[in-house]
Design a protein around this ligand. Sequence first.
Ligand SMILES: [Cu+2]
Length: 414
Amino acid sequence: MLNLLIILVLVLAVIAVFQLTRVYEYSRSIRNTREEEISHADNKLNAWLMLVWMVAFFIGTIVLYVKYGNYLPPPASEHGVNVDNLMAFNIWIITIAFFLMNGALFIITYKFYYRKDRKARFHLHDNRLEMLWTMIPGVLMAVIIIYGLITWGKMTGPASADALKIEVYSKQFDWTARYSGKDGVFGAANFNMITSDNIFGIITPDRMKVMLDSIDGDISETEAYIEREKALLSDEKIEVLEDQIYRMKRHKQRLMDLDEDQLNGISTWTAGADDVIAKELHLPVGQEVELIFTSRDVLHSAYLPHFRAQMNTVPGVPTRFKMKPTITTEEMRQELKDPAFDYILLCNKVCGATHYNMKMKVIVESPEAYAKWLESQKLFVPVEAPAAEVPATASPDTTASAPASPATAMVVNR
Ligand SMILES: [Cu+2]
């Protein structure tokens, strides 16, 4: 009903405007003036309205600045302060340019409205003017770019030797963190070793043995099946099974090709034993951390808004940045008066169906609390139960990267 009324009012308004225009046209023809002839009073009124509009426009802008200008919580990292300063610097330039340009636009429109007794002057060219409006934006651009590069370098420059290195692994649709453990060295990893309980594909001698044994078992099982059922199977079916065997052998060869020597010697195979895999990103406050980003499948983007940091994660190409968290989660909760507040790592690249939910909790805590947390975490190879006795690796992950998946997928399907 209300909608109908609104439509009715709109239709009547259009008709009213149309009728008013016609009245105006008739009155023109009675007064014997042409439609395009605008009186001095009209011009003057419009010139003044320009000024009125300028003032309203400027007041509106200032109100929006005051109301919404300060929408970010304080930066929680050392370089975050620089990022905010860079942003503020840019906003100042934009704001000053905005008021100057729009002020000039409206004031000139007001000042030079059409008057019969005034003639326009025509400037063909002025070198000084050209110089002025080329140099000023040019110099400003250069300052912004150089300032921006210096700020960017604070995040992407080389990390100091004692920085805590954490690997942040992305896949559709979650994040996983890896800490290098007491030895400070990440265990060697390869996508061929990825299983459901080894997201990073960390290589350890025990894991390697379990993986190779499992593939061997699958190969001989398939061979025995062909031998046993030969009479019943069609030629096509046998061909498919033989192809599966070929793929499993190729997968096994790829794993065996991961010679320890190729991966910086034996240490990288044993270094993974004390690695810690976590579903939360714990960071000690005041300590420089270097985050190394990897991706299993597609491009993702690690976005840490409170730390003013973002980096793409790229399959096959590790990316990185460094930062020093300066405010603990607890301090930020007090600052924001929000006891439920948590830092967050978000995916900021539309990467698939549940991209919107691809996030990880980030916890900044005192170095003591961090050490305690790390201590409480399970190691990749638990010390009390040697990995060789844990047959968990026998359930390969079907989402493994391309070359490995045909073989591993078959192991699951049979
Ligand atoms: Cu993503």
